[in-house]
Every structure is written in structure tokens, then in C-alpha cells.
Ligand binder design. Sequence first.
Ligand SMILES: *Cc1c(COP(=O)(O)O)cnc(C)c1O
Length: 362
Amino acid sequence: MKYNRTFNFSAGPAMMPEPVLEEIRDEMMNYRGSGMCVMEMSHRSKVFQQIIDEAEADLRELMNIPDNYKVLFIQGGATLQFAAIPWNLMKNGKAVYVETGAWSKKAIAEAKKYGEVIVAASSKDKNFSYIPDCSDLDIPEDADYVYICENETIHGVTWNKLPNTKGHVLVSDQSSMFLSKPCNVSDYGMIYAGVQKNVGPAGMVVVIIREDLIREDIDPKMPVYMSYKTHADNGSMYNTPNCWAIYCCGKVFKYLKSIGGLEEMHKRNIAKAKVIYDFLDSSKMFKGTVEPEFRSLMNIPFVTGSAELDAEVVAATKAAGYDNLKGHKSVGGLRASVYNAMPIEGAQALVEFLKKFEAEHK
Ligand SMILES: *Cc1c(COP(=O)(O)O)cnc(C)c1O
């Protein structure tokens, strides 16, 4: 492999497209004649304004974001949004959440600090190995929104069909699936994603929010940074934004456009995940932990059935140059995260390795 890079199966931060890293390298010492690196640049400069404007425009084009939605680049990761969402969006002090794994659980726990949280459906009964039926949820008329985590990074489950919100606003955590497939933005009131899983470097979240949900009448005690209005009114530059992440993500948006957009990305992701799932379905040693219908294209947890053997496999993969395959402690076993930037060759190489391991450990 060029540069002797490893196939990195990390759940995040994760791989970035090689052409993007090369461009960043080439612009490192002197960004397009500015005489400086983007890291050294004033966020109030014309050069940086162009970087952020282009990043937003490219993302809007990629996702076909309607004009009545704002795109915000905010620090604090996805975790800060667990609090920002209820604090900003709970007008009636009530929201419905669907519990599908570790990340929706965390969002629920945080939201409870700000109002009444109704968990209308859960897949806890089977250790979050499926998505519950959400075609007829019990949603109070005055609930402010319905919240889902659209791809559970740790448990490896994903939504194939959005819940029936019965006219309520849908809020979705897309952190570990952002830009992995086409998305109809107008199905949602708000989409957000920490970028370090599927886009760029850590330290930023992208928020796509319908304008009418941005409130003036927020709690006066809310920190100015937590209010969506602050970021919307100031073009994501009320204070110094994460300039570096905006720059790198902008390059990834352009890269995705250059390969044919989200439809092409989706095709590649399906083909890549299929390599691993086909192997898991045919293996006698390894098996996937998620019901087939709800399997994530991005995060693939699997087990041998023996914690000892799992640990042996993890050690062997690491020694062979496939990094970060240890499963999260709440699920155990292994997990292969195969985000957009993981080439299909990585999935194929991993499967070849696991096949060989299985043959040698009969
Ligand atoms: C990683 C992750 C988070 C937390 O992201 P941070 O940016 O580390 O706060 C939230 N939700 C999902 C689905 C994630 O995968």
C-alpha cells in the first residue's frame, strides 16, 4: 500500500480519503498563495470566509438541502447536542425518544435534565440487535419532537425506514452514517453529525436545522454558545470556529461530489459491507450480532461466541496490520467500522485474513 498506511477499522476518528489527505499535505505550508497554513489563518480573513462558504455550498449541493434549512458548524461534538437539542427545541417541555443502542441511551439521559422524555419504543430486550417497529408510536399531541439515532455506532443497527412521527418534528443523530447514502432532508426537522466518524477530523458537529425551529425565546440562562440562534445569526462564526475541521470537511464534500455524490457512495458502501456480511453468514467461527434487516453499512459487530477467542482474533488482526477491530465493551467481540473512506480492498483483505484464521483454528 502507498505510504504503508494501515486499514484502520476504527469507529472514530477514522480513515479519511487519501486524495483529500494528499491535498491537505500539498496546501499545508502555504494555502493557495496566502503565505500561511489554514491552521494559522484568521477566521475573519477573506480566504477563510471562502473556505467556509464553499464547504457549506458543497454540502448543500451533496445533500440537496432546501433553502429553509440552516447549516451550522458547531464545536463540542455530537455529545453537546444531546443537551442543546432539548434545551433549544423543547417548547412544551416534552419529547419522544426511541432507544436503539448506546448513543440514543446517552441522548435520553441528557434530555431528561431538560424536560419530560417519553421512550416510546426500545430494543433493549434483545441487547439492541434490531430497530423496533415505529409505524404507530404513542406520541402525545404536544410532544416537541421525536428523536432517533439513525445508526447506532456501537451496536451496529441502522434505520431502513424512518419512524412515523405523526406530523411531529423528527430529530436524527446521523454521526456514524452522515453522507453514507442519499438523505431526504425535508423528512427531518434537524439532522446532526459529529464529523470524526464519516467526514473529517474530530472536534466539530454539523447541524442541519429547519429555520422555524430556531427560537428567539430561549432560556436566558442558556450559554450563548448552546443556542442555535447564535450560530445561525453569525454564519457559524460567533466565536472562532473549528477552522481546521471546516477546511478538511470541505475537501471531503468536494471529494464526494467528484466521485458521483451520495448515490455512488451508497453503492460503494453496500458492496463493501456485503463482502463482510457474506463472510459472516458463511463462517462457522464468526457471526454477526444484528438481525439482518437492520444491519449497519458502517459498523459491523461480530463475535466468535468465546471471549477468549475474540481476544485472540483481535490480537492477530492487529499484528497483521488491521487496526481497531476490538468491539465496544458493552457488546464484546469485534467490530469492523467501514466508513466512506474505507476502500473495498480493506474489507476484502480483512475477510481473507479471517478466513485464514478460521481455517487454522478449526
Ligand atoms: C461518536 C458518536 C457520538 C458522540 O460523538 P462526539 O463527537 O464524540 O461527542 C454521538 N452519536 C453517535 C451516533 C456517535 O457515533
